[in-house]
Design a protein around this ligand. Structure first.
Ligand code: ATP
Ligand code: MG
Length: 420
């Protein structure tokens, strides 16, 4: 027997409705803000991610699923959704189209990580991207969409925001960080020693306890913002307050990917412990030029669906009931089984979901199966019923039984459903 690869999960038919619940909430929220779905390939040229996500990021240095295809090209399974959307936006000439451009995606993503609760090698994300607007209104709109999606799911999470400035103010901040970290460097992890050289900002995001303790005393980016970045951040905060979205400013948020500038944010749930960040995003004005396109301001976010599901369960939220089939059509003998089979098709065409006997079982066994399915109605067809062209309909909830002509069966069932 061959097992599932480490860090991946099956979603079984009995559980998939919970995923659909989250996906439907995502689609509804995004569409209500005028975002439309985009679908891009699962794999891209490796260079898109190494340049887009950033050479120094954990994702690119350690986590990518990269391989040579049979043509000798370096291909990578997408570790996130943003770079592929950016490529599609440029490649399809949308940079010259109507602005802002707004798109959302529901994607699988792949990262070679140490599997644990809420951390998988294949996981799923809902993401939204908005191109073309440098205005704080765009930041506020992305955050507001994220907030309304999470609230729509009934989730309690808190919004943490920060600004990591632009390349100009960040250069000064990098110097300040280096000055602060230099004397502590020997006590820090190997990754942080590399980050010190390549991107000291990333040292604030280290998950090692010792490094975290040291990082807590580091200078704060907010004290180093240039005038424009400072004003942009103030305006984002003001708009959020006006929109009734509460937040805390958290100067330690820097995000794991390299393309962010100015606003960064995370929605954190207390219920999920260490993997509590359910949704994260920010402004990424630098990404488009990073992948060789005309610079275009952008802002977006991604939410991990596995983590959302984990948090929804941990918070004890009322989840939707699993869907159930309305009717089971039972056949008593060979000929009746065929009538039941055809009757089921007729009912489906009229909007009644139903099942019928495919196992050629006894009525008793069929009733047991119908009970397991949780159907509300069982329509029994035998020789007598065939002659009368009417089924014996059992209401499994009310424990009643009634004869209903085949011709009015759909109307009968739908009528009862609409009343309950
Ligand atoms: P973390 O700091 O937890 O590693 P990240 O910065 O790598 O997160 P992003 O790249 O911003 O995360 O991805 C956005 C969201 O996707 C995360 O907030 C999380 O909910 C989810 N996510 C990221 N990596 C994984 C994973 N390996 N398994 C499951 N969900 C993930
Ligand atoms: Mg990560």
């Amino acid at each position: 027997m061959i097992n599932i690869p480490k860090g991946t999960k099956d979603v079984l038919p009995s559980q998939v409705y919970l995923w659909q619940h989250i996906e439907n909430a995502a689609r509804a929220a995004a569409e209500s803000y005028g975002f439309r779905e985009i679908r891009t390939p699962v794999f891209e040229h490796t260079e898109l991610f190494s340049r887009g996500v950033g050479e120094a990021s954990d994702v690119v240095t350690k986590e990518m699923y990269t391989f040579l295809d049979k043509g000798g090209r370096s291909i990578t399974l997408r570790p996130e959704g943003t770079a592929g959307v950016a490529r599609a936006f440029v490649e399809n000439g949308l940079q010259g189209g109507a602005m802002p451009f707004k798109a959302y995606y529901l994607y699988s993503a792949y990262r070679y990580e140490r599997p644990q609760a809420g951390r998988l090698r294949e996981f799923h994300q809902f993401g939204a991207e908005l191109y073309g607007s440098p205005s704080p209104l765009a930041d506020a709109e992305a955050i507001s969409l994220a907030d309304s999606f999470l609230k729509g799911l009934g989730l309690t999470s808190s919004l943490h925001i920060n600004s990591i400035g632009c390349p100009v103010c960040r250069a000064k901040y990098h110097e300040a960080l280096k000055e602060y970290f230099r004397p502590h460097l020997s006590a820090m992890c190997e990754d942080c020693k590399t980050r010190f050289e390549k991107n000291p900002l990333r040292m604030l995001d280290c998950k090692e306890e010792e490094c975290k303790k040291i990082a807590a005393g580091a200078p704060r980016i907010l004290d180093y913002l240039c005038e424009e970045c400072g004003a942009h951040f103030e305006e984002v905060k003001r708009l959020l307050t006006a929109a009734g979205v509460s937040y805390t400013v958290d100067p330690l948020i820097v995000r794991g990917l390299d393309y962010y500038s100015r606003t960064v944010f995370e929605f954190v749930s207390e219920a999920a412990g260490a993997q509590g960040t359910v949704l994260a995003g920010g402004r990424y004005d630098g990404l488009l030029s990073e992948i060789g396109a005309k610079p275009t301001p952008a802002v977006g976010f991604a939410a991990g669906l596995e983590r959302l599901l984990m948090v929804l369960k941990a918070e004890g939220k009322e989840l939707p009931a699993p869907p159930s089939t309305m009717c089971y059509v039972a056949g008593l003998d060979g000929a009746s089984r065929e009538t039941a089979f055809l009757l089921a098709n007729r009912l489906r065409a009229l909007g009644v979901s139903c099942e019928t006997d495919l196992m050629e079982r006894s009525l008793k066994a069929q009733m047991k199966y119908a009970d397991k399915l949780g159907v509300r109605f069982v329509a029994v067809v035998g020789e007598e019923e065939r002659k009368k062209e009417a089924a014996q309909v059992k209401d499994m909830v009310a424990s009643t039984s009634e004869e209903v002509p085949f011709i009015s069966l759909a109307e009968y069932i739908l009528g009862k459903y609409s009343k309950s």
